[in-house]
Ligand binder design. Structure first.
Ligand code: SF4
Length: 460
């Protein structure tokens, strides 16, 4: 009994979050910045914040995460961190020579009122930024939003501060990706490549946070969206933004700045969301869907059909990030499962209506919440009230899974006690097969471990 204080009876809570289903904004800002080639994330705050953000990412990706910090002392906490950031930028360009420094704020620098646009402007005027180099910024106070908001704010910072409009249009699509794994980003590129569409994917952490061991440390690995690609986003024919929470703001700002129109789609998790994504690629890329994509879709449908008896009617509890949960819940309902409980610590009014759309009335008993009080304590209480057959979420779910003896599929951020997420995609049709494989594996392991001997089957 690890979570022995969780009671089935719910008490009304006004101002208390217990075990939040989210982490802090700068973690997302740092992840987004790592998806840009030659970019060094910079945390404008105390060393402790920066260490925590780096650690959170390293624990999940099992890779070193490079980032700089303004290293606030007591003095900067009182008088402001301008001097620290200015000398920090000077040192960073002299010692580490990045193409771009992506500065994000923290609780402390926001609370004392540091004005990042003004400080960055001063850095340029004072000659702290060498010719041809860039410094962009995003406001990421962690007492509002979540790591998802931080990711969204940093991606917006890149497009609004770096995208340009030149004299000629390019025959390319922008894909602004929600927070997905490096493996998923690689899969998104593979799909658009199969369809014969030139794309700019922003951000792109493939070959950054899943870089191969070569025996040589690369401070700036070869992956990441290049500066030239980001600049060219203002010349693209259209933008497809994946995920309301992570990508809408960036797509909107890009449209305002460059007049490149955008369409919103969910992150292509599961059958229906991938169908919609492929349709959007076909429409805006002006191509037809190749046979290979049909084959991959057919395989996913085949797996769903073959294994339906193990999936049908199973009650599922989920927690994590809204851009993952919205298509995931639809996928679970599509394959006959019952996503009965869903919580996300990330606030945003669109969550409820999006969940309604995903469920389409197919699970009348479904409960879902997001924001401050949508924490893992709440989810655990719901599970205690009426149990579920499966739990899906990040590593923090293992306490509930162990206490309630529920099969557990690790999905989302952070996953600190397993690997695989960096290497095997869960987006697209192939990703859908991987999700089903993980779900079935968890359900069948429980059957094997607990069924009476006469029902113990070799063939399942
Ligand atoms: S919540 Fe605020 S103070 Fe804590 S690590 Fe994040 S930015 Fe720093």
């Amino acid at each position: 009994m690890l979570l022995r204080h969780t009671t089935a009876k719910e008490y009304k809570r006004e101002a208390l979050t217990i075990n939040p289903a989210k982490t802090c904004q700068p973690v997302g800002a740092m992840y987004a910045a790592l998806g840009v080639h030659g970019c060094l994330p910079h945390s404008h705050g105390s060393q402790g914040c920066c260490s925590y953000h780096r650690t959170a990412l390293t624990r999940h990706y099992k890779e070193p995460v490079m980032a700089a910090t303004s290293s606030f002392t007591e003095g900067s906490s009182v008088f402001g961190g301008q001097a620290n950031l200015l000398s920090g930028l000077d040192n960073i360009f002299t010692i580490y020579n990045p193409d771009i420094v992506a500065v994000h704020s923290t609780c402390l620098s926001e609370t004392i009122g540091d004005d990042l646009p003004q400080i960055v402007d001063k850095a340029f005027k004072d000659g702290k930024v060498p010719e041809g180099k860039h410094v962009i910024y995003a406001s990421t106070p962690s007492y509002v939003g979540s790591h998802v908001t931080g990711y969204a704010n940093m991606v917006s910072g890149f497009v609004s501060q770096l995208a340009e409009v030149s004299v000629s249009k390019k025959d390319q699509l922008n894909i602004i990706s929600g927070w997905v794994e490096p493996s998923d980003m690689r899969e998104l590129k593979r799909i658009s490549g199969l369809m014969g569409i030139d794309t700019v994917l922003l951000p792109d952490t493939s070959d950054v946070l899943d870089a191969p061991m070569t025996g040589k440390h690369e401070f700036y690995p070869e992956g990441g969206t290049t500066l030239e690609e980001i600049k060219s986003m203002g010349d693209s024919s259209h933008t497809i933004a994946l995920g309301e929470f992570c990508a809408r703001d960036a797509a909107t700002k890009l449209e305002i700045k460059t007049k490149v129109k955008f369409s919103m789609r969910e992150i292509p998790i599961g059958l229906s969301a991938t169908d919609r994504y492929i349709k959007a690629l076909r429409r805006y890329g002006k191509v037809s869907v190749p046979h290979q994509i049909d084959v991959e879709r057919g395989r996913l449908v085949d797996v769903i059909t073959d294994m339906h008896q193990y999936l049908y009617g199973k009650r599922v509890a989920l927690f994590g990030d809204p851009d993952h949960l919205i298509p995931m819940v639809q996928f679970l309902a599509d394959i006959g499962m019952k996503p009965v409980y869903t919580v996300s610590g990330t606030p945003g009014k669109i969550f409820g209506p999006s969940m309604e759309l995903s469920l389409k009335g197919r699970v009348p008993e479904a409960k879902y919440m997001n924001g401050e009080r949508a924490d893992m304590f709440q989810l655990h209480q719901w599970i205690k009230e009426e149990p579920v057959d499966l739990l899906i979420g990040n590593t923090y779910g293992k306490y509930i899974a162990r206490d309630e003896n529920i099969p557990f599929v690790r999905y989302g951020f952070p996953i600190m006690d397993r690997i695989g997420h960096s290497y095997f995609p869960t987006v697209g049709y192939l990703g859908g097969i991987r999700l089903i494989e993980k779900i079935l594996g968890a359900l069948m392991d429980k059957i094997d471990a607990t069924c009476p001997e006469p029902k113990f089957e070799l063939v399942m």
